[in-house]
Design a protein around this ligand. Structure first.
Ligand SMILES: CC(C)(COP(=O)(O)OP(=O)(O)OC[C@H]1O[C@@H](n2cnc3c(N)ncnc32)[C@H](O)[C@@H]1OP(=O)(O)O)[C@@H](O)C(=O)NCCC(=O)NCCS
Length: 283
């Protein structure tokens, strides 16, 4: 009887693993929205799970954390799991590494969401874990003027934590406080209950997470936060059914990239893609 292929071992990333994890993350261009201070990988270790598949090359000692074939991470919103990333080095792809990472990352109960890349292996693996592809997630970029600029005020993260829990499908006060403490990040609130985080990055601003009880409230919060930053340009990850899609594309914004928003039934019952604008890396 054949023993079959050896299953890939995966384990929680340690401090010593982080240089190898960040090398892979940079290789896939994942850290461009995190120019200084902490990054979303730190958030995954603090508020979710970050796993690596050790590389096992003869040249380096996997136990010393200098070598990795791939990594994957999640962030938690109460019992909801957001799969934030799953990346395997090109010369190790299609060998079961991604499957092994995912089996650990999505082993728990509770609703699950992710943004799948155009790699068919990613989408197929996620479908096998009960997620379904629901709608495109469009990474839009364009000029802040002359968009409408609804009134917003700067808010403390704890003031908008409940609105975020309703819009995103689960509470994450720790993650929101952590993000609000990063350089050039400001949470904003509208008078009507909408909220939006904005981060100044050069002469642009990244908006999200943002949400509201209605699609219009969410759109107002996003547009108000963008205007409040004074940035010349914006970057926003918008789900297909959101009213911001026709508004921004009608104003000449461009689709810089696109993923597929995937969720299981339990997550979709809580998170409405027409009234939530995720952060590209934090969900
Ligand atoms: C996507 C990725 C993480 C998957 O990891 P991997 O180690 O290459 O994948 P695995 O070998 O574990 O599994 C791939 C699965 O996809 C299946 N697959 C391959 N091509 C497929 C296709 N065209 N349609 C459907 N399924 C396909 C394989 O059969 C395999 O499933 P199986 O193990 O049950 O047979 C990895 O390829 C990667 O890093 N890609 C580039 C970065 C990226 O896009 N990451 C996803 C971010 S959301």
């Amino acid at each position: 009887m054949s023993a079959g292929p050896r299953p890939t071992a995966v384990r929680a990333a340690t401090d010593a693993d982080m240089p190898a994890v960040r090398r892979i993350a940079r290789r896939f261009g994942l850290l461009s929205g995190w120019p200084q201070g902490a990054d979303f990988l730190d958030a995954e270790r603090a508020f979710g799970t970050l796993l690596i598949a050790p590389g096992g090359s003869a040249a380096s000692d996997a136990a010393s954390g200098e070598d990795a074939a791939g990594f994957g991470g999640t962030l938690r919103r109460a019992d909801l799991t957001h799969l934030g990333d799953l990346f395997v080095l090109p010369d190790r792809q299609s060998g079961g590494v991604g499957r092994a990472l995912l089996a650990e990352l999505l082993a728990g109960d509770g609703p699950k969401v992710t943004f799948a890349s155009s790699d068919p292996r990613a989408l197929a693996l996620y479908v096998r874990h009960g997620l379904r592809p629901w709608t495109p997630l469009l990474y839009l970029t364009g000029p802040a003027a002359p968009l409408p600029a609804p009134t917003v005020r700067a808010a403390r993260p704890e003031e908008i934590a409940d609105a975020d829990a309703r819009a995103s499908g689960g509470a994450r006060p720790g993650t929101l406080a952590w993000y609000a403490a990063q350089p050039d990040v400001t949470p904003h609130a509208t008078g009507a209950g909408g909220y939006a985080f904005a981060r100044r990055l050069g002469d642009g601003a990244l908006i999200g997470p943002a949400g509201g009880a209605t699609p219009g409230e969410c759109a107002d919060a996003v547009l108000g936060a963008l205007a409040a930053t004074g940035a010349r340009t914006g970057r926003i990850a918008v789900p297909g059914p959101h009213p911001l899609v026709p508004l921004l594309l009608g104003a000449g914004w461009r689709i810089a990239d696109q993923d597929t928003f995937m969720a299981d039934e339990a997550a979709l019952a809580r998170l409405r893609p027409d009234r939530y604008v995720p952060h590209p890396d934090l969900g």
